[in-house]
Design a protein around this ligand. Structure first.
Ligand SMILES: Cc1cc2nc3c(=O)[nH]c(=O)nc-3n(C[C@H](O)[C@H](O)[C@H](O)COP(=O)(O)OP(=O)(O)OC[C@H]3O[C@@H](n4cnc5c(N)ncnc54)[C@H](O)[C@@H]3O)c2cc1C
Length: 478
């Protein structure tokens, strides 16, 4: 079994140059995921520099299910105008990706596909009925199926103008298109910035990039204060698996409660079902080993198929499940809060941001406005939960699911985490996330230190694997 995303298996790319000296540009994009790359695509006539801390295409997008659909679990927004606009934004995003693929002949296994949204109980069915009203209001035709034998569903609706892609091939295709038009740097981490004399001075590796316009497309904006994002969002994590099946099917599906998501894919003449399990809110109790075992057990008992790939992914959930993307402040733009639909939301965020910069109208600008304060109730509830995670992460000294190779201890008031590997070598790190100081938990599945508050991850030696933290937790040897 391959403990990684099916989209990354066998992917070998040559890294672009990294930032080694000071540079100046008009527009700096930090982050080469679907958002950063698509924004650069729309700005390609301008003087743009795009940087990524790793190689392009290895961020969260590479761990998604690769569906491009507007028939989503979270279409209900409690407000007709918002529901209509959000739905239209997803359809527009789908068409943008399709156009980009066709215009640039990107070989990303793009496939037109049916999408199902299904209910497994009466409550979910009632919600789907409400979603039908949104579709009808927007002149979208759909078909209903009662008692569909699709994954225990009692009711489902389907639309036929959606798609699936291989998200890594799509990003690498975009990178290729852009390489001739803008400057792309890889292995270049942005760690800080200042705004001086109407210019951003961004620290990248040990150099500085000066830019008139800054776009932070790092999935989770990596600087704490940006738009109060930690207070407007929370993080959810899910596990995914790809299993062999007899024959590829031409549809994708999601349960109305968002707990199960399915699509199909053919790779090197083998057909796969990609299956995504329950989404878990990050907390100190998240036991990755147990959750992945449960997924394997669920697949065995439900489908009895052989799992070839297993991996996990996280996403930033906004309080109203609408992205927080656009202009934050003077020439500073962010894009986040995709709430598990970042292929479409990353694309539409890129369009909104580039239109703002190019001075073009975009009807989704206020829907996505990152400065908005919407759904106050969800906002308060989420913040209380995050605060609880923070406080508990401080209070707890050890965790029941830790095995004996992991110890968390305090010395001279400083908290450390120690992992002893199979060769009896001890790896000691500071047990505090540099982002907002939450204490870290050990992820025994991936052998990483994870932040239960905002999902930063560090390897056993303290190097940052993914942000928002951008500093390591290494303990320098004396
Ligand atoms: C289980 C699961 C399944 C999903 N499936 C789907 C799906 O089928 N369809 C869909 O629409 N959405 C899906 N999503 C959501 C989607 O994966 C994300 O919302 C989306 O990929 C985020 O894109 P991004 O460009 O913001 O981030 P990323 O792809 O993570 O790109 C951000 C980039 O920024 C770089 N970076 C970060 N920090 C720095 C720094 N300090 N300096 C320089 N570079 C930096 C990273 O290396 C990375 O390459 C899913 C989410 C989950 C959790």
């Amino acid at each position: 079994m391959f403990n990684n995303s099916i989209w990354l298996k066998g992917v070998k790319t040559k890294a672009n140059k990294k930032v080694t000296k000071d540079l100046e540009t008009d527009i700096l994009i930090i982050g080469g995921g679907i958002t950063g790359l698509t924004t650069a695509y729309f700005l390609k006539g301008k003087k743009v520099v795009l940087i990524d801390k790793d190689k392009i295409g290895y961020g969260k997008t590479a761990f998604s299910t690769g569906k491009l659909t507007y028939l989503q679990d979270n279409l209900l927004k409690g407000n007709k105008e918002k529901e209509n606009l959000y739905l239209q934004s997803q359809i527009d995003a789908l068409n943008i990706v399709k156009d980009i693929v066709i215009e640039n002949n990107i070989k990303c296994d793009y496939e037109s596909n049916l999408s199902f949204l299904y209910a497994t109980n009466k409550k979910e069915k009632r919600k789907i009925k409400k979603i039908e009203k949104i579709l009808t209001r927007n002149n979208i035709s759909y078909k209903i199926k009662e008692n569909n034998n699709l994954y225990n569903s009692i009711y489902s609706i389907k639309v036929d103008d959606t798609a699936v892609i291989n998200p890594v091939k799509y990003m690498l295709g975009l990178k290729e298109v852009l390489t001739k038009k803008i400057d792309i740097y890889e292995n270049s981490i942005a760690t800080d910035f200042e705004y001086i004399d109407e210019r951003f001075k961004v620290k990248v590796n040990n150099s500085y990039i000066i830019a008139k316009i800054l776009i932070v497309a790092t999935h989770y904006p990596f600087l704490i204060s940006l738009g109060l994002i930690p207070f407007k969002t929370h993080i959810e994590k899910s596990f995914l698996a790809a299993m062999n099946i007899d024959k590829n099917k031409k549809f994708n599906a999601i349960s109305q409660n968002g707990n199960h998501s399915i699509r199909f894919y053919t790779r090197e003449q083998e057909d796969y079902m990609v299956y995504c399990s329950v989404s878990n809110r990050l907390s100190k109790n998240i036991d990755n080993e147990k959750i992945s075992k449960n997924l394997l057990w669920e697949i065995k008992s439900r489908f009895n198929n052989k799992v070839k790939y297993i991996w996990s992914n996280i996403d930033v959930m906004s309080s109203d499940l609408i992205p927080l993307s656009g202009k934050l402040d003077k020439n500073l733009y962010i894009a986040t809060g995709y709430s598990t639909w970042g292929l479409t939301n990353g694309t539409i965020s890129a369009k909104v941001i580039s239109d703002l910069i190019l001075g073009l109208d975009n009807k989704y600008t206020s829907l996505l406005d990152p400065n908005r304060m919407s759904n106050i109730v969800n906002l308060i509830v989420n913040n209380m939960k995050t605060a609880k995670t923070y406080i508990l992460s401080k209070a707890i000294k050890n965790y029941s699911f830790y095995k004996k190779e992991v110890v968390v201890y305090t010395e001279n008031g400083i908290r450390y985490g120690k992992y002893t590997d199979d060769n009896n070598v001890e790896h000691i790190v500071y047990n505090k996330c540099p982002h907002m100081k939450c204490n870290l938990i050990f992820n025994s599945l991936d052998k990483t230190w994870d932040c239960p508050c905002h999902a930063s991850r560090f390897d056993i030696d303290g190097n940052v694997i993914s942000g928002p933290a951008n500093y390591s937790i290494k303990v320098e040897k004396k």
